[in-house]
Ligand binder design. Sequence first.
Ligand SMILES: [Zn+2]
Ligand SMILES: [Zn+2]
Length: 294
Amino acid sequence: MLEIDRTSLPSLDVEPKAAPVDGAKSESGVSVKIIPFIFMHVACVAVFFTGVSWSAVLLCAALYALRMFALTAGYHRYFSHRTYKTSRWFQFALGLLGTMAVQKGPLWWAAHHRRHHKYTDQEGDVHSPVQDGFWWSHVGWIIDIKYDETDWDAIKDFARYPEMRWLNKYHLVPPVALAVALFFIGGWQFLVWGFFVSTVILYHCTFSINSLAHMWGTRRYQSGDESRNNLLLALITGGEGWHNNHHYYMSTVKQGFFWWEVDFSYYALRMLSWFGIVWDLRMPPKHLVEAKSR
Ligand SMILES: [Zn+2]
Ligand SMILES: [Zn+2]
């Protein structure tokens, strides 16, 4: 019988306990964050005023792909799970690029994600569609005051870097700088397509892993939760759709365990390793893959 891997949560040395989640506020309610969150969506309507061009659509797609990489390879596979190693400057670069996705700072993101793995689909999971329904897991938890703060106990390993704490605190500086730069380069059309439209699409594709990837797809491994493998979700998120694989063995950099399980973030990280930018990529153990390849 294959054992579930719960060993790769580096700073979590406490046993699971009942809700409320460690580090979360006890009270619940809608945060003021809902105002900019709604504004981001409404601003997309401006495409009807700015019009569209090939360069605007390409910019939208490029900024989507680049920031999705920062989220999956950086926020998720590096800061949350430490599935490979890198230099301090590239660690900062990943964090900086990740903040431009406007999903708060890397320490806030990774700390909450580690809690998700610790309590997956049980009481105390910050975003479980099984426990609290689709909408809560998709957007509800993000706009709730309960999870506003960074859970420092869950991210001690990266909190020791002052530049990461700075980035976590001033996480809105890089995306605002990006938006301003886009406006000066290409006017309203670049701002609307490159920032607002691209970011909102990025939101919902990222959030689909918290919601749909625990509801829709197949289950290869008995991971003790409702995580699923889903090709469509993997294609739009650079490989994060192999979520059942990931919940079963979270410490590997490669979430698509088999050649047909497309995993763009892994391919990109593998290429970066050829240049010595990242190294020590942790791969799924052979016995785990072979046992299920028949
Ligand atoms: Zn994870
Ligand atoms: Zn999950």
